[in-house]
Design a protein around this ligand. Structure first.
Ligand code: 13P
Ligand code: ZN
Length: 281
């Protein structure tokens, strides 16, 4: 029996691979840009365990720690791997890691064949999982990082402020406030791949389910692949609309027509949303 085929055939792995391909088709993953992690359910771990490697890899310390992820298992993309290659060879371009009892190290139990390691952003993913698991009562399973052009472009011309970004995005397209009623956080430019940017991002994830990284990209979270991908897609589309409208309006944000704060409050009322009041006038 081909053990890789069994793990690749699991529903969660199919969803994982599909998101990677969809993100590539959107143009969000130049070269090795972007990465994805998924926290397995106990049932998924049990279904995969017989097909894990006979000898797991060495424990590798992450430089971050989370009590609520002790012993968890994550599917992850490969550091340096290309999203466009994930569907072609999941066992090489993705893998499953186990977290130790201390909640501070991982080891490879499947995939990442030929010497691969989890994404360099694993510390950020891990800390975001920890915070989102906490604030969603365990519902959060997916953390997704992409490099979408329009949101990155906006971080070059707008103040790096959560309120400014959220209001521009909410007003770009009517249903944005329904998709991200708490708004989006903004991390100033930082060196990627380490514990510092992980802590800065997870501070924001206590409040938001999406965080923009200035001149870099975005992190989103969700209970499943559809919600995480849909959140990334919606924010990026709103950023494109805002950017196009700015260009059509001589780079002025003083638009002839826009959604008023009153309009946003009316949507919140009718859709029964708990919105971030701090971001409304
Ligand atoms: P990885 O190839 O290590 O996942 O890095 C890509 C990336 O986008 C870093 O922020
Ligand atoms: Zn990146």
């Amino acid at each position: 029996m081909d053990k890789n085929k069994v793990i690749e055939g699991q529903q969660f792995m199919q969803g994982f691979v599909r998101l990677c391909s969809d993100g590539w088709l959107q143009g969000w993953h130049e070269r090795n840009g972007g990465n994805l992690t998924y926290r397995l359910t106990d049932a998924e771990v049990a279904a995969c365990k017989p097909y894990f490697n006979e000898t797991p890899g060495e424990w590798v310390n992450m430089g971050v720690q989370a009590d609520n992820l002790r012993g968890a298992f994550f599917a992850t993309t490969r550091s340096g791997g290309y999203m466009r290659n994930v569907a072609v060879d999941p066992a090489r371009n993705t893998g499953i890691v186990q977290i130790n009892d201390a909640g501070d190290s991982w080891r490879i139990v499947w995939g990442l064949e030929d010497g691969g390691v989890p994404t360099s952003e694993f510390p950020s993913h891990f800390m975001n999982h920890s915070v989102r698991v906490d604030v969603t009562d365990g519902a959060c399973r997916v953390i997704y990082h992409a490099h979408p052009d329009n949101i990155i472009a906006l971080t070059k011309v707008m103040p790096l402020d959560a309120r400014e970004f959220t209001r521009a995005l909410w007003k770009a397209m009517t249903e944005c406030i329904v998709v991200f009623p708490m708004g989006v956080g903004v991390v100033p430019w930082m060196v990627p791949g380490g514990a510092d940017i992980a802590h800065a991002t997870c501070d924001l994830m206590k409040k938001y389910d999406a965080a923009i990284w200035a001149q870099h990209g975005m992190f989103v979270s969700g209970p499943d692949f559809d919600n995480a991908f849909g959140l990334m897609h919606t924010i990026e589309k709103a950023a494109a609309i805002h950017g196009h409208a700015l260009m059509m309006n001589n780079n002025s944000g003083d638009f002839m027509n826009t959604i008023t704060d009153r309009g946003l409050r009316d949507i919140a009322r009718d859709f029964k949303l708990t919105v971030n009041e701090e971001f409304l006038d």
